[in-house]
Design a protein around this ligand. Structure first.
Ligand code: NAD
Length: 492
């Protein structure tokens, strides 16, 4: 749709958007100017007074229409994701679907925002709480889930009555733009959602603006630490919910169902070219399960590496040439530090897409915890293999890692699974489930180095993040119970 002259960006600075399968420029994103960012936050502030007073049923209706419009446009959204981000079309639909589930859950806001009541605290006195919105909120998203992660942010913030300033990743802005248009088409009033584009200047603006009351961030540790520090210094009422990088371990017990385990490991390590914060990038084979490695390698070799819009593609390209070079150098570091390259995807050729950022499935065996490829988040289609003699050894290895985003155990023994879930210090645990991302009625609960903040994304904790509580204590006495004198002591 052509833009009106008043809607045209005023910036002279633009960033190119590339198709990761070809590295061709497929669009440009304007870096918002200071004036545009100020106008965006002003627009959110102005819209807040009426939006926060709009009846909860009206807000619910808007999000009910929104979930339907997302479903109606899922193919169009997926095409944009594949073009800008590279993942396969089927996986792009999964990305949207998992965000859509958060929107669907947001439609239960009439139950989610209920307060609490306790009558007769003392004679004639009752106490009750309201959950109220907090003001203008902001979200800063990464490139790897162009639909799901923005949908973790603004729908929950807005359905609670807040207005929202969203900054998508500058590498994949198109999906957020269409999601915003669909929200407008669902009836969200002007000013309730504003999008700003850019990199550091836009992030600094969000951290520093006094009108912004809450910031949600998902992305790398480096940016996360920076945003956490800068945001907390700059406002008394700023809340944080920061989810950061991960190193997720899958523990393979010798009693596991071999066929399921191998298929689940391959899917969870190489799906989305390993660019998922919950990718199972590290497998610990316990005892004799190490004999399954040759089959794991063969199954991984059979995956088809191709552009995400090509039929049958299993593994798409990485986001950029720099990401490809980084992943390849981490593979090389494993070789140089004494690991064993069981499958090398570095030389993969994709016919017709010779300039794309492809790395094929790669498996590095014999890895030890002091190696660089273990210590760094690789964020590519690389599975590293460690071995352990016992479950206790595997648990202690995982608990020594600074990150605690997700983990999985593969076993047919209930007692083993129970011991694991109780003793492993990780926020999201799968038992025979390789990527245990909780559905939106729960919350995303990564722990330790993978998380900073007071609450978590979506679910009940998401509602807590985007609301404040007002507690009312009221006394209605009958006229004949009028106080005879002032009460100067604390009631006992
Ligand atoms: P990123 O940190 O580079 O970018 C995220 C956002 O921060 C972007 O909007 C970007 O513009 C901004 N940004 C980047 N560098 C910045 C800096 N130095 N200062 C201020 N702002 C900055 O992350 P990415 O590369 O887009 O995404 C991949 C990373 O995100 C991986 O590390 C992955 O593990 C992580 N991630 C984590 C989760 C989780 O829940 N734990 C989920 C998805 C992605």
């Amino acid at each position: 749709m052509p833009m009106k002259p008043s809607e045209m960006p005023h910036t002279s600075e633009w960033l190119d958007i590339h198709n990761p399968a070809t590295n061709e420029v497929v669009g440009r994103v304007p870096k918002a100017t200071q004036e545009e960012m100020l106008a965006a936050v002003d627009s959110c502030s102005r819209a807040y007074s009426s939006w926060s007073e709009t009846s909860i049923l009206s807000r619910q209706q808007i999000f009910l229409r929104y979930q339907q419009l997302i479903k109606d446009n899922i193919k169009e959204l997926a095409k944009i994701i594949t073009l800008e981000q590279g993942k396969t079309l089927a996986d792009a639909e999964g990305d949207i679907f998992r965000g859509l589930q958060v929107v669907e859950h947001a439609c239960s806001i009439t139950s989610l925002m209920l307060g609490e009541t306790l009558p007769s605290i003392t004679k004639d006195m009752d106490t009750y709480t309201y959950r109220l919105p907090i003001g203008v909120c902001a979200g800063i998203a990464p490139f790897n889930f162009p639909a799901m992660i923005p949908l973790w942010m603004f729908p929950i913030g807005m359905v609670c009555g807040n207005t929202y300033l969203m900054k998508p990743s500058e590498r994949v802005p198109g999906c957020t733009m269409l999601l915003a248009k669909l929200l407008q088409d669902s009836g969200a009033p002007d000013g309730t959602l504003n999008i700003i584009h850019g990199q550091h200047a836009a992030v600094n603006f969000i951290c520093d603006h006094p009108a912004i009351k809450a910031i949600s961030f998902v992305g790398s540790n480096q940016a996360g630490e920076y945003i956490y520090e800068r945001g907390s210094k700059n406002g008394n009422f700023v809340l944080y919910c920061v989810s950061q990088g991960a190193k997720n371990h899958g523990v393979v017990m010798p009693d596991a169902n071999k066929e399921n385990t191998i298929n689940q490991l391959v899917g969870a390590a190489f799906g989305a070219a390993g660019q998922r914060c919950m990718a199972l990038s590290t497998a610990i084979f316990v005892g004799e399960s190490r004999d399954w490695l040759p089959e794991l390698v063969e199954r991984s070799r059979s995956l088809r590496v191709n552009a995400g819009d090509q039929p049958g593609a299993d593994v798409g390209p990485l986001i950029s040439p720099a990401a490809k070079a980084r992943v390849e150098s981490l593979i090389q570091s494993g070789v140089e530090e004494g690991a064993q390259l069981l499958l090398d995807g570095r030389k993969v050729q994709v016919k017709g897409y010779e300039n794309g950022n492809f790395v094929g499935p790669t498996i590095i065996g014999n890895v030890s915890p002091n190696m660089t490829c273990y210590k760094e988040e690789i964020f590519g289609p690389v599975l590293i293999i460690l071995e352990a003699d016992s479950l206790d050894e595997a648990i202690s290895l995982i608990n020594s890692n600074p990150y605690g985003n997700g983990t999985a155990i593969f076993t047919t023994n209930g007692a083993t699974a129970r011991k694991y879930t109780h003793e492993v210090d990780v926020g999201q645990i799968g038992v025979n489930v390789p990527i245990p991302v909780p559905l939106p009625m729960f919350s995303f609960t990564g722990s330790r180095g993978s998380f900073r903040g007071d609450t978590n994304f979506y679910g009940k904790q998401g509602i807590q993040f985007y609301t404040q509580i007002k507690t009312v204590t009221s006394q209605w006495k009958a006229e004949d119970a009028t106080l005879k004198s002032p009460a100067v002591t604390m009631p006992t």
